[in-house]
Design a protein around this ligand. Structure first.
Ligand code: SF4
Length: 707
């Protein structure tokens, strides 16, 4: 366990109250913070210098976390919509009883499956509590954003080598490839480490259609065409195999299926890969050679990979690349870090998934048809369809935990129609969002300042951190408390601990400590496990890295990553929509969140669309003007920024925009600049996870002359 809190005790002895160690919960990175509380009010937060992840730094959002807590428009009481559409405050008792009565009524009439539980952006343990509640209620329909965020990479890693590898950036690596990961905007702690490694001599390659801030530091910037990462990964593997740059000893001792890979990869040639990716064959060779020869090398991948129908096989190809080049499991490469031994997120003991029999679980909407058998979620876009069409069965009640789906789900107008049709819609959130405004009940959820929890981020260095309740503003409740209270009138209150802290004690129990014990230190780091495979092999069925996966074959999926070249090239032809739409996330906001924080809006007041100067010139578009961005689904307006350093035919649209300063009755301008007005949710979906295609959508741009 990390050393005590002594440094801060000394540092802050002049304060009337010493700061409380906690974790920022505005996103799932898990940065350590110190919260100063004076007279029952948070007066200041700062980065925790002793926290191994962020080492005292906070991102621009995290620095403004107090603005969320004390925001004048924060939801402070449960609200019920009247028949004329007005919101009226009601007591918690009324809200809980009425919602429970409504859920029970719908369950009796249509069955438990007709009640769907939908999770928004990841909220850590609160997500597991919602699964627990749904399973206790008897519904197999729990959605998450897993199919478009992290889970394709996580499952590909597990299937290929049995764990989620993390780049050992502090070693430092000989070469770092940052792939589809805008670390400078979204992962500041990784960005810091990459900058340090670069200073120590790491060779940096960035694969991104846009010259992001991290790409500006790169030795090689690979300006890839959006959505073609699988082809590029196969191209790099092709060069490594063709030029015998692989680690023959590692392959021989620790992998299965290299011969099948060699056979498969010979189907391609670099000219085809160049045509698909817009990356020259010469550059593909250079990247492959540097990555394989300068080892140990790291591939720092990101969420961009998750957003296409090829997400899982792209991730598999990158996993294979790590293995065959001898960069897996070695210091300075991509390695296993063993997390602190607490009970894991998502285990049946916590989610109670076994309360819903397997045959019932297989009836979850879209689940059994599209997802790898190892994943147990309903598919969000098919839940939307089910609400509208009653197919495969009726969905009458939806409980949304912290999700603003009018902004974050594709085909936003369809989502609007669906949510309007739901007989009983409940949203728990911090603010009145466009989505919450469609609900019948809105429940005021606690921020991370207002409840105790444990944070163990799944996709970076495994550091267990404490989140401590420091204040209680009005009558807000944590998601746990809301679900616990709802469970009682629904008849399964005995399945929830009376206090959330008892659940946290249970999660910590393998360590032999309680949550109160953990308050003493509040930080516990996992351990790097270099060369773990030498003595223990890999935790897969075969004990080896599975380049060829029998399991995938049995489940009906490609056992080796491949790409249908003809299909990829032919699907591009659409002369009506000649540009390639993709999206951009900014450090100021998390998804649609943060648009109501004045300090952040001052820095980034409105959505921007990035357009290449050649395109702007050909269409007569000027910097700072407004344009329509249009697809076959509709059009939106964003302000132009001309960006010379990007893939020329690409149009980068800002994601997650609505305008909380606008009229609630018009849903805060939810459809004016919202990229999800433009993006469809139609099949074909990704075979493994049912992911709709969110990147590389054909679009056009038109200048607006009279705005
Ligand atoms: S990255 Fe920013 S928002 Fe996310 S946990 Fe860290 S400080 Fe908070």
């Amino acid at each position: 366990m990390q050393k005590g809190f002594s440094r801060y005790k000394t540092l802050y002895k002049t304060f009337s109250e010493k700061p409380v160690r906690s974790t920022c919960g505005l996103c799932q990175i898990g940065c350590g913070i110190l919260i100063h509380v004076v007279g029952g009010r948070v007066t200041k937060i700062e980065g925790d210098l002793e926290h191994p992840l962020n080492r005292g730094k906070l991102c621009v959002k995290g620095k403004r976390a107090m603005d969320y807590l004390y925001h004048p428009q924060r939801l402070r009481a449960p609200l019920k919509k009247s028949k004329n559409g007005n919101w009226n405050p009601i007591t918690w008792r009324e809200a809980i009883n009425e919602i429970a009565e409504g859920m029970n009524r719908i369950k009796k009439k249509y069955g438990a499956k007709s009640v769907v539980f939908m999770r928004g952006a990841a909220k850590g343990l609160q997500d597991d509590y919602l699964s627990r509640f749904a399973n206790a209620f008897g519904s197999p329909n729990i959605t998450s954003m897993g199919h478009v965020c992290f889970i394709p990479r996580k499952v590909a890693s597990d299937i290929t080598y049995g764990y989620y590898a993390i780049g050992d950036l502090e070693h430092p690596p000989g070469c770092i490839i940052v792939w589809a990961n805008n670390v400078s905007e979204t992962l500041h702690h990784v960005y810091e480490r990459i900058k340090e490694a670069k200073k120590k001599g790491s060779f940096l390659i960035v694969i991104d259609p846009l010259r992001t801030d991290v790409a500006k530091l790169a030795d090689i910037w690979v300006k890839i065409r959006p959505g073609t990462d699988l082809a590029l990964a196969l191209g790099i593997i092709y060069v490594i195999v063709d030029e015998s740059l692989y680690d023959a000893e590692f392959i021989d001792k620790y992998t299965i299926g290299f011969e099948e890979l060699q056979k498969e990869i010979r189907r391609y040639d670099l000219d085809i890969i160049e045509k698909i990716t817009d990356v020259s064959s010469g550059l593909i060779k250079e990247v492959a050679r540097v990555y394989a020869k300068k080892r140990p090398s790291v591939i720092q991948w990101g969420n961009g990979i998750d957003h296409t129908v090829h997400n899982f096989q792209t991730a598999r190809a990158i996993c294979i690349l790590r293995a065959i080049s001898g960069n897996l499991g070695v210091p300075g490469g991509d390695m296993y870090f063993s997390p602190p031994a607490i009970k894991k997120r998502g285990i049946p003991e916590l989610t109670l998934q076994d309360l819903v029999p397997l045959e019932e679980r297989e009836k979850r909407i879209g689940g059994a048809g599209f997802m790898l058998p190892s994943i147990f979620y309903a598919l969000p876009q098919l839940v939307i369809d089910a609400i509208l069409k009653g197919d495969p069965y009726e969905v009458k009640c939806v409980y949304i935990q912290g999700g603003n789906f009018l902004l974050t789900y594709p085909n936003a107008r369809k989502v609007y129609e669906a949510l309007k049709k739901v007989e009983l819609l409940i949203v728990s959130d911090h603010f009145m969002t466009p989505t919450a405004h469609l609900a019948h009940y809105v429940l005021p959820a606690a921020t991370f300042f207002e409840f105790d929890s444990l944070v163990l981020p799944p996709y970076s260095l495994p550091v267990l951190s404490i989140q401590q309740k420091v204040v209680q503003t009005s009558s807000v409740k944590s998601d746990y408390e809301i679900l616990r209270d709802l469970s009682k009138p629904l008849g399964f209150g005995d399945l929830f601990w009376e206090e959330e802290k008892e659940c946290l004690d249970n999660i910590l129990s393998p360590l032999g400590i309680t949550f109160d014990n953990f308050r003493e230190t509040g930080i516990m780091s996992g351990k790097p496990m270099p060369h773990n495979h030498v003595n223990h092999g890999f935790p897969t069925d075969s004990g080896k890295v599975e380049i060829y996966s029998k399991k995938l074959k049995e489940w009906g999926y490609d056992p080796i990553p491949s790409i249908d070249v003809e299909r990829v090239l032919s699907s591009r032809l659409d002369t009506n929509y000649p540009f390639i739409l993709t999206s951009l996330k900014r450090s100021y906001f998390r998804h649609s969140g943060g648009k109501n924080i004045d300090a952040l809006r001052k820095k980034y007041p409105e959505p921007l669309v990035l357009i290449h100067p050649n395109v702007a010139k050909s269409l007569g578009i000027k910097e700072g003007s407004y344009v329509y961005v249009e697809t076959n689904l509709g059009r939106i307006i964003q302000k132009v920024r001309i960006e010379p350093h990007m893939h020329e035919n690409t149009v980068y649209v800002d994601y997650g925009w609505y305008f909380p300063e606008k009229n609630a009755g018009e849903l805060f301008g939810w459809d004016k600049a919202n990229i999800n007005i433009l993006i469809g949710d139609d099949p074909p979906y990704g075979e493994e996870f049912g992911t709709p295609n969110l990147r590389a959508i054909p679009c056009k741009i038109t200048p607006i002359l009279d705005l």
